[in-house]
Design a protein around this ligand. Sequence first.
Ligand SMILES: Nc1ncnc2c1ncn2[C@@H]1O[C@H](COP(=O)(O)OP(=O)(O)O)[C@@H](O)[C@H]1O
Ligand SMILES: [Mg+2]
Length: 244
Amino acid sequence: MTPAPNAPIAPIAPMAPIAPLALNARNLRKIYKRGAEEIVAVDDVSLTIPKGEFVSFIGPSGSGKTTLINILGCLDNATSGSLEIGGRTVFSAKKCLSESDLTKIRRQVFGYIFQKFYLVPTLTVYENVILPFAFFKKPEAEADPMGILKFLGLDKRIDHRPSELSGGEMQRVAIARALINKPEILLADEPTGNLDTKRSGEIGEILKNLNEKEGLTVLLVTHNPSLAKIAHRTISLIDGRIAG
Ligand SMILES: Nc1ncnc2c1ncn2[C@@H]1O[C@H](COP(=O)(O)OP(=O)(O)O)[C@@H](O)[C@H]1O
Ligand SMILES: [Mg+2]
């Protein structure tokens, strides 16, 4: 049907704003070779994570959570597929960033938290937190380590060694260290795996606060369904694939 000659032009509906993306992964696969055996640890995973989202990953042991999150966090390479971070291609069939560019992304974009706290036992809390500067050569004053330690309730503990801390405190020191470079994306792989329920809840609250108040994008791998629930979205992995 052709419109009448002087018919008013229908207004174009405004487009919904496009949320900036933190991560865009397409068809990720990771195959490990053990002798003649091939293990497909991540099997055709595509996912898009907008900036500021809190996503949790759950799934049985061996379902590929660590492998996937390590690929997303540029700590491991995929066998195939593509990954963009903040609109920049990290790898695809056509290109792959150089090792020095990958190192920059690891330092500037990501903060990493693991089940094991990886604190240096001979250093104090404060020294552990500013340890990244030993490698990154970033001015310490810019980073406000005391502000971060205070936010995490560790300001009275700065001169303690890790052996004098509880598990929950040790993980908070590891979180402080992960925050020191002002990351945009926080990756936490089973951060409460070594903690009791109460301490796990506290770590969950901290991650939630960092997401809501500081705008950090958070990717949390956990076995704990009640912890997974604090995220905006939960992705279940089974045999390396996104379930459902
Ligand atoms: N370095 C490796 N070499 C060979 N197989 C591996 C390696 N890392 C993980 N896998 C295998 O890949 C699968 C997924 O492992 P992983 O990502 O650690 O799972 P999850 O974190 O969910 O427990 C498992 O079958 C595991 O045995
Ligand atoms: Mg794992």
